[in-house]
Ligand binder design. Structure first.
Ligand SMILES: *Cc1c(COP(=O)(O)O)cnc(C)c1O
Length: 322
C-alpha cells in the first residue's frame, strides 16, 4: 500500500467519517458518492451470548448485514461498483443475479438516476425479483442455467457501454467486501476477532474479507494476528467446498438448494465439532442476508391460530384452568 494511503487511513480520520462504508473510502477504488452518508454498511455488530453458549464458543458477535438498504451484503459491493460506474460516466447499471444482487443494483441505480438491467436464469422464484422490479429495473430471464446467463452477459459486455457490476466492474465490486473486515475491527475497538465464519457463494467475499483484515494490519490500525477464517456452502450447491476438499479447481454446479445464510451457522457448528473453535474464542458470524426473501421457506413456519375475543375460550385454548 502506498505511503499516501497510509497517511490518510488513520483511526481519527475514519472515526470522523460518515456512518456508512464510505468512512473507509481511502481504502476503496472509487470516490465516495454525494450521498455517502446514507449507507450502505456500518451495520450493527451485536453480541449473541445465548447462541455462543449453545454452540460452545466463548463469544459470538453477529454482523447484521441484513440491515443494509436491500437486506443483504450485496449493497456493499454494488456501492463501490456503482460509484465507479458514475466516475466512468456510464448510464446503465447491470448484473447477472439470482436475487440479492438484482435488488441491490436496482435500488442503487434508482437512487442515482441510472437505468438498471438485470439478467437471471429463467424460472427462478418470481418473489425474489419483486423488489427489483419495484425499483424500476428491467429483468430478463435467460432460458438456460446461471452459467448460460453469465456467458451471454459477458458477450454483451463487449457490445454496450454498461457498467455490469459482476462482469466488467468486478474488480471494483469485489473490493467492497473488504469493508466488512474494516467495520468488524473498528466495532471491536480496533481489534481483530479470533475467527470469522461466513457463507461462501463464489468465494469473492471470503477472500476480500481476509484482504480487509490484512490491510488493516499492514496499516497498523489493528494489532494482533489475522482472524482464522471459516466458510460454509450449502450441501446442494458447494463448488468451492468440493474443490477445496478434492484439491482441484472450481467447477460450476447447478444449484439444488436455497442458499440462506444459515450455512454459516452450520460451518460454525462443524468447526466446533472438529475442535477448531471453542470456549476461548471470540467469533464473528456474518449474517449476510435474510431468509424472508425466500417466502417458500419462511411461510412454512407461520401458522396463525384463529380465536374468538372471549377470555374463557382463550384460557381453554391455552390449557389454563381458572
Ligand atoms: C453474495 C452473497 C454472499 C457472498 O457471495 P460470494 O459469491 O462468495 O462473494 C454471501 N451471502 C449472501 C446472502 C450473498 O447474497
Amino acid at each position: 500500500m502506498s505511503v499516501a494511503v497510509a497517511k490518510l487511513a488513520t483511526r481519527e480520520r475514519i472515526e470522523a467519517g460518515p456512518s456508512s462504508l464510505w468512512r473507509y473510502s481511502m481504502l476503496l477504488p472509487a470516490d465516495p458518492p454525494a450521498d455517502s452518508a446514507s449507507g450502505p454498511g456500518w451495520t450493527p455488530l451485536v453480541p449473541a451470548p445465548r447462541f455462543a453458549a449453545a454452540v460452545g464458543v466463548g463469544e459470538v458477535f453477529l454482523k447484521l448485514d441484513l440491515s443494509n438498504p436491500t437486506h443483504s451484503f450485496k449493497d456493499r459491493v454494488v456501492a463501490v461498483a456503482a460509484a465507479k460506474a458514475r466516475e466512468f460516466g456510464l448510464e446503465t447499471l447491470s448484473a447477472t443475479s439470482t436475487g440479492n444482487l438484482a435488488n441491490a443494483v436496482a435500488a442503487r441505480a434508482a437512487a442515482t438516476g441510472m437505468r438498471a438491467v438485470i439478467f437471471c436464469p429463467a424460472g427462478l422464484e418470481p418473489e425474489k425479483f419483486q423488489a427489483t422490479t419495484v425499483y424500476g429495473a428491467t429483468v430478463y430471464g435467460v432460458r438456460g442455467s446461471y452459467d448460460d446467463c453469465s456467458r451471454l452477459v459477458s458477450e454483451l459486455a463487449g457490445e454496450v457501454d454498461w457498467g455490469i457490476v459482476n462482469v466488467n466492474l468486478r474488480a471494483y465490486y469485489s473490493e467492497g467486501s473488504k469493508t466488512l473486515a474494516f467495520e468488524i475491527s473498528e466495532q471491536l475497538g480496533w481489534e481483530t476477532p479470533d475467527a470469522v465464519v461466513m457463507p461462501i457463494g463464489s468465494g469473492a467475499m471470503y477472500t476480500k474479507v481476509w484482504k480487509g483484515f490484512n490491510q488493516f494490519r499492514q496499516l497498523e490500525l489493528v494489532a494482533g494476528s489475522l482472524p482464522r477464517m471459516f466458510g460454509g456452502q450449502a450441501a446442494g450447491c458447494n463448488p468451492v467446498a468440493t474443490a477445496f476438499a478434492e484439491n482441484k479447481r472450481v467447477t460450476p454446479q447447478r444449484p439444488q438448494s436455497v442458499g440462506a445464510t444459515g450455512v454459516a451457522v452450520g460451518a460454525l457448528r462443524e468447526a466446533v465439532a472438529r475442535g477448531e473453535l471453542g470456549e476461548s474464542d471470540r467469533v464473528v458470524l456474518l449474517v449476510t442476508g435474510t431468509g424472508l426473501k425466500t417466502p417458500k421457506v419462511s411461510q412454512s413456519s407461520g401458522q396463525i391460530i384463529e380465536i374468538e375475543p372471549d377470555v374463557d375460550a382463550l384460557l381453554e385454548e391455552l390449557g389454563v384452568t381458572a
